[in-house]
Design a protein around this ligand. Sequence first.
Ligand SMILES: [Zn+2]
Ligand SMILES: [Zn+2]
Length: 160
Amino acid sequence: MQCPCGSGNSFTQCCDLLINKNKSAHSPEQLMRSRYSAYATNHAEYIYKTYAKNSQASQSINDIKEWAEQTTWLKLVIHSSSAFDTKHRESSLPTVNFSAFYQHENKYYQLTEKSQFCFEQQQWRYLDGEVAESDELIAPKRNEHCFCGSKNKFKRCCGA
Ligand SMILES: [Zn+2]
Ligand SMILES: [Zn+2]
């Protein structure tokens, strides 16, 4: 199976190492990708434990699980990742801009978010996110370009 995060690597050589094999993310972007893949493969516990400690209080594993189960994750597009200082990770709050495309109750959606990360207990964690856009998408025809910007036909991309 190809990794849901879109890296082009197999899941076992990519986000699976972080989600199931206790490997630590070496950057906020890698953590972001692994959290997306955890949603796509329904690993709610991983999503929960990669929240910053202060953010965990307002989360529940069951809610995350329910949301992951009801949603088909189609595509992750990373737009940009801010630089961070590897020597002073604790004092930095790097950001990642991304769009996630998903299907929920037969409708398509795009979520565009700027996520903020922090370095806590020797791990990158997800602090919170600012949603820039959350829109329902009109599905293109099967032979038209996909809405995710891949330049592929919809039927060979998110509509497959
Ligand atoms: Zn991956
Ligand atoms: Zn697509």
